[in-house]
Design a binder for this molecule. Structure first.
Ligand code: BT5
Length: 213
C-alpha cells in the first residue's frame, strides 16, 4: 500500500497517544492524523463489529488503534501483522479473529471514514472471558512488535498479504457456517479472493460471521 504525498505533512504530526481510560481507542484515533497510534489501559465502551462489546479489565490487554490510509485488505494485513507479533502459535479466523489453540485471543476492527481507516486491535494478556485465550507476553513488548509488523504488512503488496494470510489461516480448508444478514450458509472455505472475500463452495462473501464446524 502506498501513502499519498498529500498525507506526508500529516504524518509529520503523527504521534503515539497513551491514555488511561477512554470510551474506545477508536474514538480518540479518528481525530488524529495519519500515522498516529492510540494505546489505552482501559476502555469503557470497547467495541467489536456490529456494535458488539469488547471486554477487558484495566491493564489486562493490549488495546490499540492505528490511523492508516484506507485499503480493502487492511483488515487482513492487520491480522497477519498481529498474528506475527503474537507468536508462531497464533492463527487467523476469517474475517478478523486471532486464535490461540482454537480459542479467540484477540480481534481486529477496521472503521473507515473518508481518508482515514482506524484499525483497532485488541489482544488478551492477563485476562480472557470464558472460552477465550490469553497470551503470556508483556504488553509493551507486544506493542513494540506490533508497531513493526503493522508497518511491514500495511506497506506490503496485496499478493504478499493474501499469501501470508492463507498460510496463517485456521479457516481455509474447513467446513464453515457463515451468517450474513440473518441468513446462514454452510460449505467448505476454499480460499480468499483478491479483496479479502471468503470463498465458500465457490460463493464469495465480503462480510459475515463464521463458525468453524
Ligand atoms: C472483534 O469484534 O473481534 C474486534 C475487536 C476489536 C477490539 C479493539 S480493542 C482496541 C480497539 N478499540 C475498540 O473499541 N475496539 C478495538 P467481533 O468479531 O465483533 O467480536 C466481538 C465478540 O467477541 C463479542 O461479541 C464477544 O462475544 C467476544 N469478546 C468480547 N471481548 C472479548 C475478549 N476480550 N476476548 C475474546 N472475545 C471477546
Amino acid at each position: 500500500m502506498e501513502l499519498h504525498w498529500a498525507s506526508l505533512p500529516a504524518m509529520a504530526e503523527a504521534e503515539i497517544v497513551h491514555v488511561g481510560s477512554v470510551t474506545s481507542t477508536q474514538d480518540v484515533a479518528r481525530d488524529l492524523p495519519l500515522g498516529s497510534i492510540v494505546i489505552a489501559d482501559h476502555q469503557t465502551a470497547g467495541r467489536g463489529r456490529l456494535d458488539r462489546r469488547w471486554e477487558a479489565p484495566t491493564g489486562s490487554a493490549l488495546l490499540v488503534s492505528f490511523v492508516l490510509p484506507p485499503d480493502p485488505l487492511l483488515s487482513l494485513a492487520a491480522g497477519v501483522a498481529a498474528a506475527e507479533a503474537c507468536g508462531p502459535s497464533v492463527r487467523l479466523k476469517w474475517p478478523n479473529d486471532l486464535l490461540l489453540e482454537g480459542r479467540k485471543l484477540g480481534g481486529i476492527l477496521v472503521e473507515t471514514r473518508g481518508e482515514k481507516a482506524i484499525c483497532g486491535i485488541g489482544v488478551n494478556l492477563t485476562w480472557a472471558p470464558g472460552g477465550a485465550a490469553s497470551l503470556d507476553q508483556p504488553r509493551d513488548e507486544l506493542f513494540a512488535s506490533l508497531r513493526a509488523t503493522i508497518a511491514t504488512w500495511t506497506a506490503s503488496e496485496p499478493d504478499a498479504v493474501l499469501a501470508r494470510w492463507r498460510e496463517l489461516s485456521a479457516t481455509l480448508g474447513r467446513r464453515v457456517r457463515i451468517e450474513v444478514s440473518g441468513k446462514a450458509f454452510e460449505g467448505i472455505a476454499l480460499d480468499i479472493g483478491t479483496r479479502g472475500e471468503l470463498i465458500v463452495d465457490g460463493t464469495p462473501f465480503v462480510a459475515g460471521s463464521v463458525t468453524h464446524l
